[in-house]
Design a protein around this ligand. Structure first.
Ligand code: ZN
Length: 418
């Protein structure tokens, strides 16, 4: 039986005498319909391709606005000469703050800091809660360029500014997936990362980063040039501690290995602190301890579940306020500081034992201006400028969009026709 095609073709019920003529007419009509069908299918494919491309064109645009003037720092004489950034990869807030089954806290040193020396809170990450977007938010102050997905979240599709760029020199040690993103193209940096699959016990990766840092300071005793550099201002030391992330993936965050890793990073924070305080003895060092994302109960991350988005933040040292007793509402939710629509309404769980100390939550991307200007509100100023630039850009886009769409459609239609 002959197919009638999608447009349908009725049999010409021709008379017997003109059967030959009629069948020739039907045949030519069938061929004409066939051609139309092919044309329709091609047009359908082309239009779908245009729609798909338009999604990339509209949504996969970089959020980075170029040509902005830097927001001047709040202080002409900054209180700190150097900044220590400790990022425990994959450390979720509750496992960090809550006590273990015996009622002992896993991070005694940082808890002591929270109670006596600095500020604490929850840093709210934004999905995708992956390592690269988290680090970009912390170090560069914006939520990841969605077009980075086309490079597998590895390379930078568009170059961007970061805290490291603006410093005098950055020393960074950690995973080969993270450190090169920020340092490989940075001339004023000293960095190192271990080879992939370096250790079987992941907490050893944390120790590796610390050892590198310690040997840097030791080296300076025999290297006058390095010593001179280490005594300059605007230095950043970044230790990336991958242990919790690897152990969380391999053993899940309820495992003793993951929980033990929390103790390891606390110990490292303590050793870094004492090492630097002994080295400089000038009270001009600021410390930030946080995580790029959390870890779900299943040992994965990426989505917007609070186990993935809630990460710890502890800040102390030069220029950072001392703890204040919590008043009424346990943490502030000042509109000025929070730049996205994140919910900050999670009350501090009772078992964290921190209800008496004021909690200061931040959006993850506000850590960058906190590190550079000592003021997470600086992001608001920057955003105002960026919004103006973006509105201007949109106006320009709107004026050319109709012409562009017509040209794009025409191009596709003509390709199909040929
Ligand atoms: Zn990570």
């Amino acid at each position: 039986m002959r197919s009638d095609g999608i447009l349908g073709v009725g049999r010409g019920g021709g008379s017997d005498q003109n059967r030959a003529t009629a069948s020739a007419v039907v045949e030519s009509r069938r061929r004409w319909l066939k051609r139309r069908e092919t044309w329709l299918v091609l047009l359908g494919v082309a239009l779908h391709a245009v729609y798909m491309l338009s999604i990339f064109d509209i949504y996969f645009k970089t959020p980075i606005v170029h040509g902005m003037d830097p927001v001047p720092p709040r202080f002409s004489h900054p209180p700190a000469k150097r900044l220590i950034l400790l990022i425990s990869d994959g450390l979720r807030a509750d496992k960090f703050y809550e006590p273990d089954a015996d009622g002992n806290y896993r991070a005694p040193f940082l808890r002591n800091v929270i109670n006596n020396q600095g500020r604490w809170g929850v840093s709210h990450a934004r999905p995708p809660t992956e390592s690269r977007p988290g680090h970009v938010a912390i170090i560069a102050g914006f939520y990841e360029d969605p077009s980075a997905v086309t490079k597998g979240w590895k390379a930078n599709p568009v170059e961007f500014d970061s805290v490291f760029n603006q410093g005098r020199h950055t020393f960074a040690y950690g995973s080969p997936d993270i450190i090169p993103i920020f340092c490989s193209a940075l001339p004023h940096s000293t960095w190192n990362s271990y080879p992939q699959d370096f250790a079987t016990d992941a907490s050893f990766l944390d120790e590796w980063s610390f050892d590198q840092f310690e040997s840097l300071l030791n080296r300076s005793h025999h290297d006058p040039k390095l010593k001179e550099l280490l005594h300059q201002d605007k230095l950043v030391f970044f230790l990336h501690l991958l242990g919790c992330d690897s152990n969380g993936h391999a053993h899940r965050p309820f495992s003793s290995i993951y929980l033990n890793n929390v103790k390891v990073v606390d110990k490292i924070a303590e050793r870094v602190y004492h090492l630097l305080e002994d080295y400089y003895r000038d009270n001009r060092t600021s410390y930030i301890f946080t995580a790029d994302h959390g870890m779900s109960d299943k040992g994965s991350h990426g989505d917007g579940h609070p186990t993935n988005t809630d990460t710890p933040l502890v800040a102390w040292g030069a220029g950072i306020k001392y703890p204040r007793p919590a008043t009424g509402h346990s943490h502030s939710d000042s509109v000025a500081s929070f730049v996205d629509k994140h919910a900050h309404d999670m009350p501090t769980p009772y078992d964290w034992g921190l209800n008496r100390v004021e909690r200061v939550d931040v959006n993850q991307a506000d850590i960058a201006p906190l590190m550079t200007s000592g003021d997470s509100g600086a992001n608001v100023k920057r955003l105002e400028q960026e919004t103006d630039a973006k509105i201007e850009q949109l106006k320009k886009e709107a004026s050319r969009i109709s012409n562009d769409v017509v040209a794009m459609l025409l191009k596709h239609v003509t390709t199909v026709k040929n």
